[in-house]
Design a protein around this ligand. Structure first.
Ligand code: PEP
Ligand code: MG
Length: 374
């Protein structure tokens, strides 16, 4: 829950609060009827959670035999515990910026190596996609000495920053990632790419560091994959070009929606435009998946849309291989996957793509999902 400032000003120590993280509603000193309603909701939620445990250890496979991977988004090595608890099939996004936040200096190469090694080892050979530093935009790190950008989301961030600060920031991180790759199935992911040169430069750095490690006799995964986040309109439009060189794609719908719709993802005044169901965003997603699949590379998604019950049928129909989400959403997503047949979903997706507005798509998908669940 964010942006509840007026509410916080009114709340006092000892007040009772009902907080509904699913809908974004909060009640200060709720009436008895509201409390009762939420006691019920809580019980239903706990029952559902218990019921979902039957999906632990089951494959994420559709009724017609299409196997996908349901993996987790994490921010810290400690988060792995929950991923294992909810039977994540890997890590689809490790947001490494959290290792750099809330401290006064950059984590050293050795500190980073230890964090990445821990995650890779704990996941025991399952894929662990680690995203290189994605700061700037909405994520500030004071000790990096970044000047305030006039348009932070269009400015000096993520791979742009890393390629500029390659000696003190990017190389130590990439070296730590390579060293840790000897302990598990680490894959490197480059965020916010807009043109192929950025990918090539990152990849060249990885190759250079591999040579350095070779000469020092330090082990690493020789065939480590280097993929990209597809989260800008530019990367989406030339996804076919990226697919020829990148080892995998992961679609970042949080940013892809922002950059496609030209809508600041944190600005409440324009949030009515921020919908992944908008036909423009849907076409973009469909195109990215098709481009990746055509080139034979894995296409995943690590934005919020990957766990949206109304989006999952569409993503299955488009051919998405990997769904990455918060650990607590994994079993529900697996249940949904097992209830669908990709062949049957083709007609649903084709129909969904005929609508002109996000509202119509959402309404249609809501009705479809409710019907299946009946
Ligand atoms: C995204 O943009 O969809 C994403 C997963 O990355 P972040 O939310 O960290 O920008
Ligand atoms: Mg992003």
């Amino acid at each position: 829950m964010v942006a509840v400032t007026a509410f916080l000003a009114e709340a006092r120590d000892g007040d009772e609060i009902v907080l509904d993280g699913a809908t974004g509603e909060v009640y200060l000193n709720p009436e008895a009827s509201v409390k009762a309603e939420y006691e019920n909701k809580k019980n239903t939620f706990m029952e559902e959670k218990k019921d979902l445990e039957q999906y632990i250890g089951k494959p994420s496979v559709t009724k017609d035999g299409v196997q996908v991977e349901i993996v987790a988004n994490i921010g810290k090595p400690e988060d792995v515990e929950k991923v294992l608890q909810y039977d994540g099939e890997g890590i689809g996004l490790f947001r490494t910026e959290f290792l750099f936040m809330d401290r006064t200096a950059m984590p050293t190469e050795d500190e980073q190596f230890e964090a990445y090694r821990k995650v890779a080892a704990a996941m025991k050979g399952k894929p662990v996609i680690i995203r290189t530093l994605d700061i700037g935009g909405d994520k500030e790190i004071p000790y990096m000495g970044l000047e305030k950008d006039e348009n932070p989301f269009l400015g000096y961030r993520a791979v742009r920053f890393c390629l500029d600060r390659r000696e003190d920031v990017y190389k130590p991180q990439l070296r730590a990632l390579l060293r840790a790759s000897a302990f598990g199935n680490i894959r490197i992911m480059v965020p916010l790419v807009t043109c192929i040169e950025e990918y090539r430069q990152a990849k060249a750095l990885v190759e250079e560091l591999k040579g350095e490690l070779d000469s020092q006799g330090i082990p690493y995964k020789k065939d480590i994959q280097v993929g990209i986040m597809v989260e800008t309109a530019a990367a989406s439009l030339i996804a076919d070009i990226f697919a020829k060189e990148a080892d995998f794609f992961s679609i970042g719908t949080n940013d892809l929606t922002q950059y496609t719709m030209a809508v600041d993802r944190g600005n409440k005044k324009v949030s009515y435009l921020y919908s992944t169901f908008n036909p423009a965003v849907l076409r973009s997603i469909k195109h990215i998946i098709a481009s990746g699949r055509e080139a034979g590379i894995m296409v995943g998604m690590c934005g919020e849309a990957a766990s949206d019950p109304m989006m999952i049928p569409l993503l299955l129909a488009f051919g998405l291989n990997e769904f990455s989400m918060s650990a607590s959403a994994i079993l529900k997503a697996r249940k949904m996957v097992t209830e669908y047949s990709v062949a049957e979903l083709q007609a649903v997706a084709s129909k969904a793509m005929t609508f002109a507005t996000a509202a119509e798509v959402e309404q249609y998908m809501k009705a479809f999902v409710e019907k299946v669940n009946l």
